[in-house]
Design a binder for this molecule. Sequence first.
Ligand SMILES: Nc1ncnc2c1ncn2[C@@H]1O[C@H](COP(=O)(O)OP(=O)(O)O)[C@@H](O)[C@H]1O
Ligand SMILES: [Mg+2]
Length: 366
Amino acid sequence: MADVSLRKVIKRYEDVEAVRGIDLDIADHEFVVLVGPSGCGKSTTLRMIAGLEDITGGDIMIGGDLVNDVPPKDRDIAMVFQNYALYPHMTVAENMSFGLRLKHYPKAEIRSRVDEAARMLDIAELIDRKPKQLSGGQRQRVAMGRAIVRNPKVFLFDEPLSNLDAKLRVQMRIEIKKVHQKVRTTTVYVTHDQVEAMTLADRVVVMNKGRIEQIGTPNDLYHHPATRFVAGFIGSPAMNFIPCRLEDSGGGLNIRLTDRIAFPLPPARAARYQGVTRTDRLLLGLRPEHIAELKAHPEPGIEPFEAVLDVTEPMGMETLVYFTLEGAQICGRVSPNAGARAGEPLRLAVDLNNIHLLNEVTGAVI
Ligand SMILES: Nc1ncnc2c1ncn2[C@@H]1O[C@H](COP(=O)(O)OP(=O)(O)O)[C@@H](O)[C@H]1O
Ligand SMILES: [Mg+2]
């Protein structure tokens, strides 16, 4: 078991700077997910930790040892890829034990490690099959089993579930979490899927254009995003962004969206935003769950307004409603019994206790 540290790590390919100076400390036993859009440098970062790519600048430490020049096979890591990379002519057991046999582990030790991993992954009855006799999900388990039997210091996963259908992906996600709860091996997991990141990670690292935007627990990132990129990337349906400005109103502060619509800010929020220049171009960041149907006895900070709905999407336990405000499409989440109908007005309410205010120019959350 080991911690992993990256210090100012850079990767350049000729004219592309794929990774632009990353600092990251991953604790022993921790499950860290690197998430971000395609091309943001996730795989490159993971491959540098694995030693599969040389680093252009900076340092990588595993278990306190500088590994910049240590070849992959001596880093004591195990990597699981999207395309399982199983040997087709070997059985499940042979695939899983391959690395250990190469290192001349005693037969009994190999046997017991393979049995243990197979039991953990629920593939014990498949042990004598060849990969082509397995489903995609089963192959993915074998690929994980092969990593587990090596008992490495660190697991590295690169989009391991991307080839599976949606239902199986959810199931395997839970399997991976169960396995980590048992073996507790330090894990770095790469995905472009923010739901996968949120559900698996102890801490999520949001990457954008070769840099780290923000690091935090799933709840940190959801409730306290630092930038517009993170605010918009984490959460589904995505956060709404509505152009707005602040205006003084009596002793308090209003947030003005349109000529017709302005909301008084609750005192705590007003105090927080008091220093913001009134003429600054701002964005109101509002998660869909903070736009709901108007209840009979609203709490303080919940303000009513009316909108004509463009589209409704019944999801069963809730209905998503879409309407337009100053040209922006806005999504809210209402009860299935709220009487939401496309083309008709609905009394809605905004929860101003849970807003985010962003600088429109810099994208920073204020
Ligand atoms: N071998 C390579 N040669 C040149 N450019 C590369 C190479 N590998 C990756 N890149 C570039 O580096 C950037 C990051 O790639 P990658 O780490 O694979 O992104 P991600 O895994 O987040 O989708 C991309 O712009 C990609 O085109
Ligand atoms: Mg990738």
